[in-house]
Write a protein that binds this ligand. Structure first.
Ligand SMILES: NC(=O)c1ccc[n+]([C@@H]2O[C@H](COP(=O)([O-])OP(=O)(O)OC[C@H]3O[C@@H](n4cnc5c(N)ncnc54)[C@H](O)[C@@H]3O)[C@@H](O)[C@H]2O)c1
Ligand SMILES: [Zn+2]
Length: 309
């Protein structure tokens, strides 16, 4: 068996080179392949460059890809493993909180295109996932925040204790519970035709806010606002009670929306039906998918926008 350790330049410097050297000394036939860090690298072009590198070094079907890094690395190297020689063995070693609790779990792999994020990819399960919270010691604060938002989201979808007692759990406990929420949902709906949609809580408005900020706002900050606004929509529709809404508002930073208001609403008003499908909450840990009239979304976003100014 030959091993190809795929990572980004930042993680290569921090951990990849040492890990590769260590495994090599233990007798593994292993080499490191890396690419520039960041979402901009999650493309077909980067995948092609890595594939050409592997082909040049005569990697064949007896290859194991080790993806070491954040969600960009696990998504990209996972997709590469799914298609290289029609599918080779894959091991994921996530190094961000986001990748540990979300991206590395559930078998979705892929790359971005100019027409949209994650538009080309495959469902491909790894043969093993190794999670070591020790990697988090070097993770920047902003990246830790992104992961924390996804863990709280997991609590809001299916684990009320995780949501309410988050601060009293150790990182390992909180991670374990968030992973279990995703594992259970994916076990019932691997191919995203039913309950897997619940994992999009906060992401419909979150993505709109992230895009409206010209991607200046981090995914975590935008999704945190998306969760609060979608909880307000749930409350406005009479699904969620006032106490639950205030718990959610207290768990996330205040909503401060980027300008202009129209940019946030644009992807939602493009939809001609006048209604938009959302993951809403009937209670903490009780999600539901509902069609929401655009007028109500406009009202909630507009109110939040006025409070921002
Ligand atoms: N497949 C899925 O189900 C799924 C789910 C959620 C998110 N995602 C994808 O995950 C990606 C985002 O993942 P991410 O937030 O991990 O971003 P990322 O992979 O870009 O990592 C963030 C930054 O942290 C650096 N980094 C990684 N580990 C580090 C460490 N231990 N110490 C210091 N720096 C470290 C990286 O080099 C990068 O600069 C997006 O592309 C998103 O689409 C996929
Ligand atoms: Zn997310």
């Amino acid at each position: 068996m030959r091993y190809a350790l795929i990572t980004d330049h930042i993680v290569a410097k921090l951990y990849g080179k040492k890990l590769c050297h260590h495994l090599h000394k233990m007798g593994y036939d292993i080499a490191l392949f890396s690419f520039p860090a960041g979402e901009a690298s999650k493309t077909r072009q980067t995948k092609e460059r890595l594939e050409d590198g592997l082909l040049k070094h005569h990697y064949s079907r007896d290859t194991t890809i080790i993806a070491l890094g954040g969600g960009v690395v696990t998504d990209l190297a996972g997709f590469l493993a799914a298609t290289y020689c029609r599918g080779v063995s894959l091991i994921l070693i996530p190094t961000t909180l986001m990748a540990m609790c979300d991206a590395a779990i559930g078998g979705k792999t892929g790359v971005n295109t100019p027409c949209g994020k994650n538009m080309i990819g495959a469902f491909y399960l790894p043969h093993a996932i190794h999670i070591h919270p020790g990697f988090l010691k070097t993770l920047p604060e902003q990246e830790l925040f992104c992961g924390t938002v996804e863990i709280l989201k997991a609590g809001l979808i299916a684990d009320a204790e995780l949501f309410f007692n988050f601060s009293s759990f150790s990182v390992e406990e909180a991670l374990g519970r968030a992973i279990e929420v995703k594992r259970r949902i994916v076990a019932h709906d691997m191919h995203d035709v039913g309950k897997r949609r619940f994992l999009n809580l906060g992401h419909t408005l979150g993505h709109a806010i992230e895009a409206a900020s010209g991607f200046q706002l981090s995914h975590g900050k935008a999704v945190a606002m998306g969760i609060v606004l979608e909880a307000k929509i749930s409350h406005r529709l009479g699904l969620l009670n006032t106490t639950a809404l205030s718990h959610i508002e207290a768990a996330f930073p205040p909503v401060v929306l980027p300008c202009p208001y129209e940019a946030i609403m644009q992807p939602l008003t493009l939809d001609k039906k006048g209604r938009f499908s959302f993951v809403l909450l009937q209670d903490i840990a009780d999600p539901v998918v509902k069609e929401v009239p655009v007028a109500i979304i406009e009202e909630i976003v507009h109110d939040a926008f006025m409070c921002t100014c």
